[in-house]
Design a protein around this ligand. Sequence first.
Ligand SMILES: N[C@@H](CCC(=O)N[C@@H](CS)C(=O)NCC(=O)O)C(=O)O
Length: 206
Amino acid sequence: MDLYFAPLSCSLASRITIYEAGLEARFHQVTLSTKHLATGESYLDINPKGQVPALRTADGAILTEGPAILQFLADRAPDSGLAPPAGTIARYSLMQWLNYIATEVHKGVFYTLFNPASPPAAKAFARDELLPIRYRYLTGHLTGRAFLLDTFTVADAYLLTTLNWAAPAGVDLAAWPVLDAWRTRLLQRPAVARAVGEELALRGAP
Ligand SMILES: N[C@@H](CCC(=O)N[C@@H](CS)C(=O)NCC(=O)O)C(=O)O
């Protein structure tokens, strides 16, 4: 398998999942500003949407959209528990969380905060109005719980990835102690620490 990624972007959740599942993959860094790979190849020839993640499966199929890729990866290692079995209510709960994180947190809040073209008023609305609603809901759910579902799943990998964006987006996660503590605890998982450490190094961060 081949994962196309950009360091510390939403594709980090796929790398975490690959490590948590013990899967083998090659990793190809995409320069999002130019849509090129290090080889000079155009990423648009692989994913015409120009966004990461994309996954080339062992069969050569190209999958895009993070929540689909995460579930595909989890299903390659069914004993990992990274996604509940298809057809169960727990699997639909997982999809519910993936959709919530993708639409309400990732795109609804952080897309606006990171987009240099967002007007200041839009950024202020995302940071001061929307984000607290999302974080209050997540705080309520995670209070007294170790994970979004009963055990660690790909939804946790995705939520953690977005919580990592709080500081660079100018959001003080210390103001959200349940989420801050949850993130700190998840960062201690060996697979998570490995994935985050590797991508921090690629970003040239300390
Ligand atoms: N709908 C896509 C969105 C993925 C996405 O927003 N990726 C960002 C990085 S977190 C990206 O590639 N941004 C560059 C761009 O949109 O051109 C998914 O869920 O996978």
